[in-house]
Design a protein. Sequence first.
Length: 478
Amino acid sequence: MVESKQTQGMWGGRFAEGPDALFCAINDSLPVDWRLVQQDVRGSIAWARALGTVGVLSAEEVVTLVRGLERVSAEAAEMHAPPTESGAEDVHSWVEMRLVAMLGVLGKKLHTGRSRNDQVATDLRLWSMEAMDGLLAEVRSVQEALISLGEATVEVVICGYTHLQRAQPVSFAHWCLAYVEMLERDVARAAVARAGAAQCPLGCGALAGTAYPIDRDAIAAELGFDGICRNSLDAVSDRDFVVDALAFAAVCSVHLSRMAEDLIIYASQEFGFVEPDDGMASGSSLMPQKKNPDALELLRGKCGRLMAAHAAMLTTLKGLPLSYNKDLQEDKAILFGAVDELSLCLRIAARVVRGLKVNAERCREAARRGGTMATELADYLVSRGVPFREAHEQVGRIVRASIVSGLELDEMPMEVMREHAPAIGADAGQWLALSGALARRNAAGGTSPQQVRRALVEARRRTGASSPTSAEARGVHR
Ligand code: ARG
Protein backbone atom coordinates (compact mmCIF):
# COMPACT_ATOMS: atom_id res chain seq x y z
CA MET A 1 0.00 0.00 0.00
CA VAL A 2 1.37 3.35 -1.03
CA GLU A 3 0.24 6.38 0.88
CA SER A 4 -0.29 9.66 -0.86
CA LYS A 5 0.24 12.59 1.47
CA GLN A 6 -2.01 14.77 -0.63
CA THR A 7 -5.01 12.49 -0.32
CA GLN A 8 -4.39 12.14 3.36
CA GLY A 9 -4.39 15.92 3.50
CA MET A 10 -7.75 16.28 1.79
CA TRP A 11 -9.81 13.76 3.69
CA GLY A 12 -7.33 12.02 5.93
CA GLY A 13 -9.53 12.44 9.00
CA ARG A 14 -11.95 9.73 7.93
CA PHE A 15 -9.32 7.24 6.74
CA ALA A 16 -6.99 5.03 8.71
CA GLU A 17 -5.01 4.08 5.59
CA GLY A 18 -3.96 5.90 2.44
CA PRO A 19 -5.03 4.91 -1.07
CA ASP A 20 -3.65 1.86 -2.80
CA ALA A 21 -1.31 2.55 -5.72
CA LEU A 22 -3.60 0.58 -8.00
CA PHE A 23 -6.54 2.69 -6.86
CA CYS A 24 -4.56 5.81 -7.75
CA ALA A 25 -4.01 4.41 -11.22
CA ILE A 26 -7.73 4.45 -11.92
CA ASN A 27 -8.68 7.41 -9.75
CA ASP A 28 -6.05 10.07 -10.34
CA SER A 29 -6.92 12.38 -13.20
CA LEU A 30 -4.16 14.99 -13.07
CA PRO A 31 -2.50 13.91 -16.34
CA VAL A 32 -5.81 14.51 -18.12
CA ASP A 33 -7.43 17.39 -16.25
CA TRP A 34 -4.18 19.37 -16.08
CA ARG A 35 -5.55 21.14 -19.15
CA LEU A 36 -8.09 22.82 -16.88
CA VAL A 37 -5.51 24.46 -14.65
CA GLN A 38 -6.04 28.03 -15.86
CA GLN A 39 -9.81 27.66 -15.74
CA ASP A 40 -9.48 26.26 -12.22
CA VAL A 41 -7.50 29.28 -11.14
CA ARG A 42 -10.01 31.67 -12.72
CA GLY A 43 -12.89 29.93 -10.98
CA SER A 44 -10.96 29.97 -7.70
CA ILE A 45 -10.29 33.71 -7.96
CA ALA A 46 -13.99 34.35 -8.54
CA TRP A 47 -14.81 32.12 -5.57
CA ALA A 48 -12.32 33.89 -3.29
CA ARG A 49 -13.91 37.23 -4.18
CA ALA A 50 -17.38 35.83 -3.58
CA LEU A 51 -16.29 34.57 -0.14
CA GLY A 52 -14.99 38.07 0.57
CA THR A 53 -18.30 39.62 -0.39
CA VAL A 54 -20.19 37.46 2.10
CA GLY A 55 -17.68 38.07 4.88
CA VAL A 56 -16.12 34.60 5.06
CA LEU A 57 -12.79 36.16 4.08
CA SER A 58 -11.51 39.61 4.96
CA ALA A 59 -10.69 42.03 2.16
CA GLU A 60 -7.02 41.52 2.93
CA GLU A 61 -7.34 37.74 2.77
CA VAL A 62 -9.03 38.00 -0.61
CA VAL A 63 -6.19 40.10 -1.98
CA THR A 64 -3.60 37.64 -0.68
CA LEU A 65 -5.50 34.64 -2.05
CA VAL A 66 -5.96 36.24 -5.46
CA ARG A 67 -2.25 37.08 -5.63
CA GLY A 68 -1.41 33.54 -4.60
CA LEU A 69 -3.70 32.14 -7.27
CA GLU A 70 -2.10 34.39 -9.86
CA ARG A 71 1.27 33.00 -8.86
CA VAL A 72 -0.08 29.46 -9.17
CA SER A 73 -1.35 30.36 -12.63
CA ALA A 74 2.07 31.70 -13.68
CA GLU A 75 3.79 28.64 -12.23
CA ALA A 76 1.44 26.34 -14.17
CA ALA A 77 1.97 28.29 -17.39
CA GLU A 78 5.71 27.56 -17.13
CA MET A 79 5.23 23.81 -16.87
CA HIS A 80 5.57 21.62 -19.91
CA ALA A 81 4.00 18.54 -18.37
CA PRO A 82 1.45 17.84 -15.63
CA PRO A 83 3.20 17.82 -12.23
CA THR A 84 2.38 14.19 -11.49
CA GLU A 85 5.28 13.95 -9.03
CA SER A 86 3.27 16.27 -6.78
CA GLY A 87 1.06 13.34 -5.82
CA ALA A 88 -2.03 15.50 -6.38
CA GLU A 89 -5.07 13.48 -7.38
CA ASP A 90 -6.43 16.04 -9.79
CA VAL A 91 -5.91 19.59 -10.95
CA HIS A 92 -8.18 21.04 -8.26
CA SER A 93 -6.16 19.34 -5.52
CA TRP A 94 -2.94 20.54 -7.14
CA VAL A 95 -4.02 24.20 -7.22
CA GLU A 96 -5.10 24.04 -3.60
CA MET A 97 -1.93 22.22 -2.61
CA ARG A 98 0.24 24.93 -4.20
CA LEU A 99 -1.82 27.64 -2.56
CA VAL A 100 -1.43 26.07 0.87
CA ALA A 101 2.29 25.66 0.25
CA MET A 102 2.51 29.38 -0.57
CA LEU A 103 0.06 30.90 1.91
CA GLY A 104 -0.18 28.35 4.69
CA VAL A 105 -3.42 28.29 6.63
CA LEU A 106 -5.09 30.97 4.48
CA GLY A 107 -4.89 28.63 1.48
CA LYS A 108 -7.02 26.18 3.43
CA LYS A 109 -9.90 28.66 3.61
CA LEU A 110 -10.56 28.84 -0.13
CA HIS A 111 -12.57 25.63 -0.33
CA THR A 112 -15.19 26.96 2.12
CA GLY A 113 -18.68 26.36 0.74
CA ARG A 114 -17.32 24.89 -2.48
CA SER A 115 -16.95 21.32 -3.72
CA ARG A 116 -14.84 19.83 -6.44
CA ASN A 117 -18.18 18.87 -7.94
CA ASP A 118 -19.28 22.41 -8.75
CA GLN A 119 -15.65 23.33 -9.34
CA VAL A 120 -14.91 20.75 -12.03
CA ALA A 121 -18.19 21.43 -13.79
CA THR A 122 -17.33 25.14 -13.84
CA ASP A 123 -13.82 24.52 -15.14
CA LEU A 124 -14.94 22.18 -17.89
CA ARG A 125 -17.69 24.53 -19.01
CA LEU A 126 -15.21 27.40 -19.26
CA TRP A 127 -12.85 25.17 -21.23
CA SER A 128 -15.62 23.99 -23.50
CA MET A 129 -16.75 27.55 -24.28
CA GLU A 130 -13.23 28.43 -25.39
CA ALA A 131 -12.87 25.20 -27.32
CA MET A 132 -16.11 25.85 -29.22
CA ASP A 133 -14.91 29.36 -30.09
CA GLY A 134 -11.65 27.91 -31.40
CA LEU A 135 -13.29 25.17 -33.44
CA LEU A 136 -15.84 27.58 -34.83
CA ALA A 137 -13.02 29.76 -36.15
CA GLU A 138 -11.42 26.68 -37.69
CA VAL A 139 -14.68 25.69 -39.39
CA ARG A 140 -14.78 29.22 -40.77
CA SER A 141 -11.34 28.83 -42.29
CA VAL A 142 -12.38 25.66 -44.10
CA GLN A 143 -15.34 27.60 -45.45
CA GLU A 144 -13.02 30.41 -46.48
CA ALA A 145 -10.81 27.97 -48.38
CA LEU A 146 -13.84 26.49 -50.14
CA ILE A 147 -15.23 29.90 -51.03
CA SER A 148 -11.87 30.96 -52.49
CA LEU A 149 -11.67 27.76 -54.50
CA GLY A 150 -15.26 28.34 -55.60
CA GLU A 151 -14.48 31.86 -56.78
CA ALA A 152 -11.79 30.43 -59.03
CA THR A 153 -13.95 27.64 -60.43
CA VAL A 154 -17.36 29.10 -61.26
CA GLU A 155 -16.76 28.38 -64.94
CA VAL A 156 -15.23 24.95 -64.37
CA VAL A 157 -17.88 22.42 -65.33
CA ILE A 158 -17.75 19.17 -63.43
CA CYS A 159 -19.89 16.09 -63.68
CA GLY A 160 -22.46 15.92 -60.90
CA TYR A 161 -23.44 12.48 -59.62
CA THR A 162 -26.31 10.67 -58.02
CA HIS A 163 -25.67 7.04 -57.02
CA LEU A 164 -22.12 7.85 -58.17
CA GLN A 165 -23.50 7.57 -61.71
CA ARG A 166 -23.05 10.49 -64.08
CA ALA A 167 -26.07 12.71 -63.65
CA GLN A 168 -25.90 16.35 -64.73
CA PRO A 169 -23.16 18.90 -65.21
CA VAL A 170 -22.61 21.37 -62.37
CA SER A 171 -20.16 24.14 -61.64
CA PHE A 172 -17.16 23.08 -59.56
CA ALA A 173 -17.91 26.10 -57.37
CA HIS A 174 -21.36 24.67 -56.75
CA TRP A 175 -19.68 21.59 -55.30
CA CYS A 176 -17.54 23.83 -53.07
CA LEU A 177 -20.61 25.69 -51.89
CA ALA A 178 -22.40 22.47 -50.95
CA TYR A 179 -19.71 21.87 -48.32
CA VAL A 180 -19.83 25.51 -47.23
CA GLU A 181 -23.51 24.86 -46.43
CA MET A 182 -22.78 21.72 -44.42
CA LEU A 183 -20.14 23.58 -42.46
CA GLU A 184 -22.57 26.45 -41.87
CA ARG A 185 -24.81 24.03 -40.00
CA ASP A 186 -21.76 22.94 -38.01
CA VAL A 187 -21.13 26.54 -37.05
CA ALA A 188 -24.69 26.67 -35.72
CA ARG A 189 -24.12 23.43 -33.79
CA ALA A 190 -20.91 24.77 -32.27
CA ALA A 191 -22.79 27.88 -31.18
CA VAL A 192 -25.49 25.74 -29.56
CA ALA A 193 -22.83 23.71 -27.76
CA ARG A 194 -21.18 26.89 -26.54
CA ALA A 195 -24.45 28.36 -25.30
CA GLY A 196 -25.20 25.08 -23.49
CA ALA A 197 -21.88 25.31 -21.68
CA ALA A 198 -22.34 28.97 -20.75
CA GLN A 199 -24.33 28.37 -17.52
CA CYS A 200 -22.34 28.60 -14.31
CA PRO A 201 -22.51 25.78 -11.71
CA LEU A 202 -20.24 27.48 -9.16
CA GLY A 203 -22.07 27.94 -5.87
CA CYS A 204 -23.97 24.66 -6.17
CA GLY A 205 -21.60 22.97 -3.74
CA ALA A 206 -21.36 19.19 -3.70
CA LEU A 207 -25.01 18.75 -4.71
CA ALA A 208 -27.27 20.72 -2.39
CA GLY A 209 -26.14 24.30 -2.96
CA THR A 210 -23.88 26.41 -0.78
CA ALA A 211 -24.68 27.53 2.75
CA TYR A 212 -23.29 31.04 2.19
CA PRO A 213 -25.38 33.84 0.69
CA ILE A 214 -23.26 33.91 -2.47
CA ASP A 215 -24.34 36.09 -5.40
CA ARG A 216 -24.11 33.40 -8.05
CA ASP A 217 -25.15 35.73 -10.84
CA ALA A 218 -22.20 37.98 -10.06
CA ILE A 219 -19.78 35.02 -10.19
CA ALA A 220 -21.29 33.89 -13.49
CA ALA A 221 -20.92 37.36 -14.99
CA GLU A 222 -17.36 37.73 -13.72
CA LEU A 223 -16.37 34.43 -15.36
CA GLY A 224 -18.05 35.25 -18.67
CA PHE A 225 -21.01 32.90 -18.39
CA ASP A 226 -24.44 33.83 -19.76
CA GLY A 227 -26.20 32.83 -16.54
CA ILE A 228 -26.29 30.27 -13.73
CA CYS A 229 -27.32 26.62 -13.56
CA ARG A 230 -30.71 26.75 -11.88
CA ASN A 231 -30.69 23.49 -9.94
CA SER A 232 -27.76 22.36 -7.81
CA LEU A 233 -28.40 18.62 -8.24
CA ASP A 234 -28.53 19.04 -12.00
CA ALA A 235 -25.60 21.48 -12.04
CA VAL A 236 -23.05 19.02 -10.61
CA SER A 237 -24.20 16.04 -12.66
CA ASP A 238 -25.08 17.63 -16.01
CA ARG A 239 -22.73 16.92 -18.87
CA ASP A 240 -25.17 17.69 -21.66
CA PHE A 241 -22.88 20.49 -22.76
CA VAL A 242 -20.21 17.87 -23.39
CA VAL A 243 -22.69 15.77 -25.36
CA ASP A 244 -23.61 18.83 -27.43
CA ALA A 245 -19.96 19.60 -28.13
CA LEU A 246 -19.37 16.00 -29.15
CA ALA A 247 -22.50 15.93 -31.31
CA PHE A 248 -21.21 18.97 -33.14
CA ALA A 249 -17.79 17.33 -33.50
CA ALA A 250 -19.29 14.07 -34.77
CA VAL A 251 -21.51 15.71 -37.38
CA CYS A 252 -18.77 18.08 -38.50
CA SER A 253 -16.39 15.16 -38.94
CA VAL A 254 -19.03 13.34 -40.97
CA HIS A 255 -19.12 16.36 -43.27
CA LEU A 256 -15.35 16.43 -43.55
CA SER A 257 -15.29 12.72 -44.29
CA ARG A 258 -17.82 13.18 -47.09
CA MET A 259 -15.78 15.96 -48.60
CA ALA A 260 -12.66 13.83 -48.26
CA GLU A 261 -14.38 10.92 -49.97
CA ASP A 262 -15.46 13.10 -52.91
CA LEU A 263 -11.91 14.37 -53.28
CA ILE A 264 -10.35 10.92 -52.97
CA ILE A 265 -12.57 9.77 -55.82
CA TYR A 266 -11.92 12.93 -57.83
CA ALA A 267 -8.16 12.54 -57.32
CA SER A 268 -8.10 8.97 -58.66
CA GLN A 269 -6.60 8.53 -62.14
CA GLU A 270 -9.99 7.34 -63.37
CA PHE A 271 -11.45 10.75 -62.55
CA GLY A 272 -8.45 13.08 -62.49
CA PHE A 273 -10.56 16.11 -61.61
CA VAL A 274 -8.28 17.28 -58.83
CA GLU A 275 -4.83 16.73 -57.41
CA PRO A 276 -3.81 17.42 -53.82
CA ASP A 277 -0.50 19.24 -53.50
CA ASP A 278 2.56 17.13 -52.74
CA GLY A 279 2.72 18.33 -49.16
CA MET A 280 -0.60 16.66 -48.41
CA ALA A 281 0.09 13.30 -50.04
CA SER A 282 2.49 10.41 -49.69
CA GLY A 283 4.23 8.03 -52.05
CA SER A 284 4.63 4.30 -51.90
CA SER A 285 7.67 2.48 -50.57
CA LEU A 286 7.23 -0.05 -53.36
CA MET A 287 5.41 1.53 -56.31
CA PRO A 288 7.31 4.55 -57.64
CA GLN A 289 4.34 5.99 -59.54
CA LYS A 290 2.05 6.34 -56.51
CA LYS A 291 0.75 9.57 -55.03
CA ASN A 292 -1.69 8.65 -52.31
CA PRO A 293 -4.19 11.12 -50.84
CA ASP A 294 -3.35 10.16 -47.25
CA ALA A 295 -4.45 13.43 -45.66
CA LEU A 296 -7.90 12.97 -47.19
CA GLU A 297 -8.07 9.32 -46.21
CA LEU A 298 -7.24 10.23 -42.63
CA LEU A 299 -9.91 12.93 -42.64
CA ARG A 300 -12.31 10.19 -43.65
CA GLY A 301 -10.82 7.77 -41.13
CA LYS A 302 -10.79 10.06 -38.07
CA CYS A 303 -14.55 10.35 -38.33
CA GLY A 304 -14.99 6.92 -36.71
CA ARG A 305 -13.28 8.09 -33.56
CA LEU A 306 -15.26 11.30 -33.35
CA MET A 307 -18.56 9.49 -33.74
CA ALA A 308 -17.44 7.04 -31.07
CA ALA A 309 -16.64 9.88 -28.67
CA HIS A 310 -20.24 11.06 -28.83
CA ALA A 311 -21.50 7.53 -28.21
CA ALA A 312 -18.99 7.07 -25.37
CA MET A 313 -20.21 10.14 -23.49
CA LEU A 314 -23.86 9.28 -23.89
CA THR A 315 -23.15 5.74 -22.73
CA THR A 316 -21.34 7.04 -19.66
CA LEU A 317 -24.31 9.23 -18.76
CA LYS A 318 -26.98 6.63 -19.39
CA GLY A 319 -28.60 5.46 -16.17
CA LEU A 320 -26.38 7.58 -13.89
CA PRO A 321 -28.25 8.35 -10.68
CA LEU A 322 -28.27 11.92 -9.39
CA SER A 323 -26.11 13.65 -8.67
CA TYR A 324 -22.32 13.59 -9.07
CA ASN A 325 -20.71 10.19 -9.67
CA LYS A 326 -17.07 9.51 -10.41
CA ASP A 327 -18.07 8.09 -13.80
CA LEU A 328 -18.28 11.73 -14.83
CA GLN A 329 -14.51 12.08 -14.57
CA GLU A 330 -14.35 10.20 -17.89
CA ASP A 331 -15.89 13.23 -19.63
CA LYS A 332 -12.59 15.05 -19.96
CA ALA A 333 -10.52 12.46 -21.79
CA ILE A 334 -13.41 12.01 -24.23
CA LEU A 335 -13.97 15.72 -24.82
CA PHE A 336 -10.31 16.74 -24.98
CA GLY A 337 -9.51 13.94 -27.41
CA ALA A 338 -12.41 14.80 -29.67
CA VAL A 339 -11.65 18.53 -29.69
CA ASP A 340 -7.99 17.84 -30.54
CA GLU A 341 -8.91 15.47 -33.35
CA LEU A 342 -11.53 17.74 -34.85
CA SER A 343 -9.23 20.73 -34.67
CA LEU A 344 -6.54 18.80 -36.54
CA CYS A 345 -9.07 17.60 -39.12
CA LEU A 346 -10.34 21.13 -39.72
CA ARG A 347 -6.83 22.50 -40.18
CA ILE A 348 -6.01 19.67 -42.56
CA ALA A 349 -9.23 20.19 -44.51
CA ALA A 350 -8.54 23.91 -44.98
CA ARG A 351 -4.98 23.16 -46.03
CA VAL A 352 -5.96 20.44 -48.52
CA VAL A 353 -8.60 22.65 -50.12
CA ARG A 354 -6.16 25.57 -50.39
CA GLY A 355 -3.59 23.38 -52.10
CA LEU A 356 -6.00 21.62 -54.43
CA LYS A 357 -5.29 21.75 -58.17
CA VAL A 358 -8.37 21.48 -60.33
CA ASN A 359 -8.01 20.05 -63.81
CA ALA A 360 -10.72 21.94 -65.69
CA GLU A 361 -10.20 19.92 -68.88
CA ARG A 362 -10.76 16.55 -67.17
CA CYS A 363 -13.78 17.93 -65.34
CA ARG A 364 -15.31 19.21 -68.58
CA GLU A 365 -14.70 15.92 -70.40
CA ALA A 366 -16.46 13.99 -67.65
CA ALA A 367 -19.27 16.51 -67.61
CA ARG A 368 -20.18 15.94 -71.25
CA ARG A 369 -19.68 12.17 -71.39
CA GLY A 370 -21.94 9.37 -70.30
CA GLY A 371 -25.26 10.89 -71.30
CA THR A 372 -25.13 13.81 -68.87
CA MET A 373 -26.96 15.90 -71.49
CA ALA A 374 -29.97 13.58 -71.68
CA THR A 375 -32.04 15.68 -69.29
CA GLU A 376 -31.12 18.75 -71.32
CA LEU A 377 -32.35 17.10 -74.49
CA ALA A 378 -35.62 16.14 -72.81
CA ASP A 379 -36.00 19.75 -71.63
CA TYR A 380 -35.31 20.89 -75.19
CA LEU A 381 -38.13 18.66 -76.46
CA VAL A 382 -40.41 20.07 -73.78
CA SER A 383 -39.57 23.55 -75.11
CA ARG A 384 -40.80 22.26 -78.49
CA GLY A 385 -44.13 21.24 -76.98
CA VAL A 386 -43.46 17.54 -76.29
CA PRO A 387 -44.95 16.40 -72.94
CA PHE A 388 -42.10 15.62 -70.51
CA ARG A 389 -42.90 11.91 -70.09
CA GLU A 390 -42.84 11.41 -73.86
CA ALA A 391 -39.67 13.44 -74.17
CA HIS A 392 -38.09 11.25 -71.47
CA GLU A 393 -39.04 8.11 -73.39
CA GLN A 394 -37.73 9.45 -76.72
CA VAL A 395 -34.43 10.61 -75.22
CA GLY A 396 -34.07 7.25 -73.48
CA ARG A 397 -34.13 5.61 -76.90
CA ILE A 398 -31.57 8.09 -78.24
CA VAL A 399 -29.32 7.31 -75.24
CA ARG A 400 -29.62 3.59 -75.99
CA ALA A 401 -28.68 4.24 -79.63
CA SER A 402 -25.72 6.39 -78.54
CA ILE A 403 -24.43 3.63 -76.25
CA VAL A 404 -24.67 1.10 -79.12
CA SER A 405 -22.87 3.43 -81.52
CA GLY A 406 -20.30 4.56 -78.93
CA LEU A 407 -21.08 8.24 -79.51
CA GLU A 408 -21.83 10.97 -77.02
CA LEU A 409 -25.22 12.67 -77.26
CA ASP A 410 -23.69 15.80 -78.76
CA GLU A 411 -21.98 13.64 -81.41
CA MET A 412 -25.11 11.82 -82.56
CA PRO A 413 -26.14 12.44 -86.21
CA MET A 414 -29.24 14.61 -86.42
CA GLU A 415 -31.18 12.07 -88.59
CA VAL A 416 -30.74 9.32 -86.01
CA MET A 417 -31.93 11.62 -83.26
CA ARG A 418 -34.97 12.65 -85.31
CA GLU A 419 -35.96 9.02 -85.85
CA HIS A 420 -36.64 8.80 -82.13
CA ALA A 421 -37.61 12.40 -81.46
CA PRO A 422 -39.19 14.04 -84.50
CA ALA A 423 -39.49 17.40 -82.72
CA ILE A 424 -35.72 17.89 -82.71
CA GLY A 425 -34.78 20.98 -84.70
CA ALA A 426 -31.52 22.44 -85.99
CA ASP A 427 -31.02 24.42 -82.77
CA ALA A 428 -30.75 21.26 -80.63
CA GLY A 429 -26.94 21.21 -80.92
CA GLN A 430 -26.69 24.66 -79.42
CA TRP A 431 -29.08 23.71 -76.64
CA LEU A 432 -26.79 20.82 -75.74
CA ALA A 433 -23.77 23.03 -75.04
CA LEU A 434 -22.54 22.58 -71.45
CA SER A 435 -22.66 26.31 -70.80
CA GLY A 436 -26.33 26.43 -71.73
CA ALA A 437 -27.11 23.46 -69.51
CA LEU A 438 -25.66 25.28 -66.53
CA ALA A 439 -27.06 28.71 -67.37
CA ARG A 440 -30.63 27.34 -67.53
CA ARG A 441 -30.44 26.08 -63.92
CA ASN A 442 -30.99 29.61 -62.76
CA ALA A 443 -33.64 29.25 -60.07
CA ALA A 444 -32.44 29.95 -56.52
CA GLY A 445 -30.00 27.32 -55.29
CA GLY A 446 -29.22 26.11 -58.81
CA THR A 447 -25.88 25.73 -60.55
CA SER A 448 -26.10 28.55 -63.12
CA PRO A 449 -23.02 30.80 -63.01
CA GLN A 450 -25.29 33.67 -62.04
CA GLN A 451 -26.70 31.79 -59.05
CA VAL A 452 -23.32 30.42 -58.07
CA ARG A 453 -21.71 33.87 -58.16
CA ARG A 454 -24.52 35.24 -56.05
CA ALA A 455 -24.15 32.33 -53.62
CA LEU A 456 -20.40 32.94 -53.34
CA VAL A 457 -20.91 36.61 -52.49
CA GLU A 458 -23.60 35.66 -50.03
CA ALA A 459 -21.39 32.96 -48.46
CA ARG A 460 -18.50 35.37 -48.06
CA ARG A 461 -20.78 37.85 -46.38
CA ARG A 462 -22.36 35.25 -44.09
CA THR A 463 -19.12 33.60 -43.04
CA GLY A 464 -17.21 36.84 -42.65
CA ALA A 465 -14.52 35.35 -44.88
CA SER A 466 -12.02 37.95 -46.03
CA SER A 467 -11.02 39.06 -49.51
CA PRO A 468 -11.22 36.77 -52.56
CA THR A 469 -8.03 35.34 -54.02
CA SER A 470 -7.45 35.35 -57.77
CA ALA A 471 -8.08 32.38 -60.03
CA GLU A 472 -4.42 32.42 -61.08
CA ALA A 473 -3.31 31.98 -57.49
CA ARG A 474 -5.61 28.99 -57.18
CA GLY A 475 -3.77 26.81 -59.67
CA VAL A 476 -6.77 25.98 -61.82
CA HIS A 477 -5.63 24.38 -65.08
CA ARG A 478 -7.61 25.40 -68.10
N1 ARG B 1 -11.52 14.80 -10.72
C1 ARG B 1 -12.92 14.85 -10.48
C2 ARG B 1 -13.70 14.85 -11.81
O1 ARG B 1 -13.08 15.06 -12.80
C3 ARG B 1 -13.26 16.08 -9.73
C4 ARG B 1 -14.49 15.96 -8.90
C5 ARG B 1 -14.25 15.03 -7.77
N2 ARG B 1 -15.39 14.96 -6.94
C6 ARG B 1 -15.54 13.98 -6.04
N3 ARG B 1 -16.63 14.03 -5.36
N4 ARG B 1 -14.69 13.03 -5.91
O2 ARG B 1 -14.86 14.63 -11.88
